[in-house]
Design a protein around this ligand. Structure first.
Ligand SMILES: NC(=O)c1ccc[n+]([C@@H]2O[C@H](COP(=O)([O-])OP(=O)(O)OC[C@H]3O[C@@H](n4cnc5c(N)ncnc54)[C@H](O)[C@@H]3O)[C@@H](O)[C@H]2O)c1
Length: 244
C-alpha cells in the first residue's frame, strides 16, 4: 500500500477519469477527497470507505479553501493533488465566444491554479507532495474543433513546469499526464461521438480505444514516494497518437 497514511485530493472525481483515479488511489491505500460540483455517489460505491466526497467548484477560491480545511481536519494532509476536473466542449473556432473561452479557462486553468495554491501550505507542512495535472494529447495533436480547450491544456503544461521549479527543493513534485481520447461518458457525448473513438484509435500506434484504466499505472507511478526525482514532466499516455 504505497500511499498509506497519505491523503489525495482528486478534482472532478464524480465521473470518468476522476472516478477511476479516486478508486485507484484508494486502492493504493490513500484517503481520497473528491472535489466535484456533481454528485459522487457512484465514485463512493467504487472507491469504498477511504473515499470522501466534497461539493466544490474548483475555480471558487472560498469554496476550495473551505473544503481543504475540512479535508485537513477529517482526513489529514492533503499530500497529493490531482487536478483532473476539466471541460472540453467542441466548438468551431469561429463560433467560440469570449464567454466560451473564459468558461473553459475558468475550469481548466483557474481550477488547478486555485486548488494547488490553496493546497500548497498543507503539502509544505507535510514536507512531501505530489501535484498531478491532467492535460491532454490535444496539445500535441492540435484538433481543429478544440482550439480553446487545447490552449487551456497547453497552459497547464507551463503551469506544471514553473511550479516544478518552485517546489523541487521542497520535496514536492509537479507533473502532467496527457491522455489521448479516452472512453468516458463526456467524451462519448462530444469528441467521441459518431465513431470518433474508433477513428482516433486507428491513428494510434496502439490501435485500440483508450480506457480510463489505461491511465492508472502512470498516475500511481507519478504519485509513488519512490518517484521523487520525476518532476516537471508531461507523460503522454495516448497509445502513441501524439508522435504520428
Ligand atoms: N476523456 C478524454 O478523452 C480526455 C482526453 C484528454 C484529457 N482529458 C481530460 O481529463 C479530465 C477528465 O475528463 P473526463 O472525460 O473524465 O471528463 P468528465 O466530464 O467525465 O469528468 C469531469 C468532471 O469534472 C467535473 N467538473 C467540471 N467543472 C467543475 C468545477 N468547476 N468544479 C469541480 N468539478 C468540476 C464534472 O462535474 C465531472 O465530474 C479533463 O480535464 C479532460 O480535459 C479527457
Amino acid at each position: 500500500m504505497m500511499l498509506t497514511d497519505r491523503t489525495a485530493v482528486v478534482t472532478g472525481a464524480a465521473n470518468g477519469l476522476g472516478r477511476e483515479f479516486a478508486a485507484a488511489l484508494a486502492a493504493a491505500g490513500a484517503r481520497v477527497a473528491g472535489f466535484d460540483i456533481a454528485g459522487q455517489a457512484e465514485t463512493g460505491a467504487r472507491a469504498g470507505e477511504r473515499f470522501t466526497p466534497y461539493t466544490v467548484d474548483v475555480a471558487d477560491p472560498a469554496a476550495v479553501a473551505r473544503a481543504l480545511t475540512l479535508v485537513a481536519a477529517e482526513l489529514g494532509g492533503p499530500h497529493v493533488v490531482v487536478n483532473n476536473a476539466g471541460v472540453y466542449p467542441p466548438i468551431p473556432f469561429e463560433q467560440t465566444s469570449l464567454e466560451d473561452l473564459r468558461r473553459i479557462l475558468r475550469v481548466n486553468v483557474e481550477g488547478p491554479f486555485v486548488v494547488t495554491q490553496a493546497a500548497l501550505p498543507y503539502l509544505r507542512r507535510a514536507g512531501w507532495g505530489r501535484v498531478v495535472n491532467i492535460a491532454s494529447g490535444a496539445v500535441f495533436v492540435g484538433p481543429p474543433d478544440l482550439v480553446a480547450y487545447t490552449a487551456s491544456k497547453a497552459a497547464l503544461i507551463g503551469f506544471t513546469r514553473s511550479l516544478a521549479t518552485l517546489l523541487g527543493p521542497e520535496n514536492i513534485t509537479v507533473n502532467t499526464i496527457a491522455p489521448g481520447l479516452t472512453r468516458t461518458e463526456t467524451a462519448a457525448r462530444s469528441t467521441g461521438a459518431d465513431g470518433g473513438f474508433e477513428r482516433v484509435a486507428a491513428m494510434q500506434r496502439v490501435p485500440r480505444v483508450e480506457e480510463p484504466a489505461d491511465l492508472v499505472s502512470t498516475l500511481l507511478y507519478v504519485c509513488d514516494p519512490a518517484s521523487g526525482f520525476l518532476t516537471g514532466q508531461t507523460l503522454n499516455v495516448d497509445g502513441g497518437a501524439a508522435f504520428l
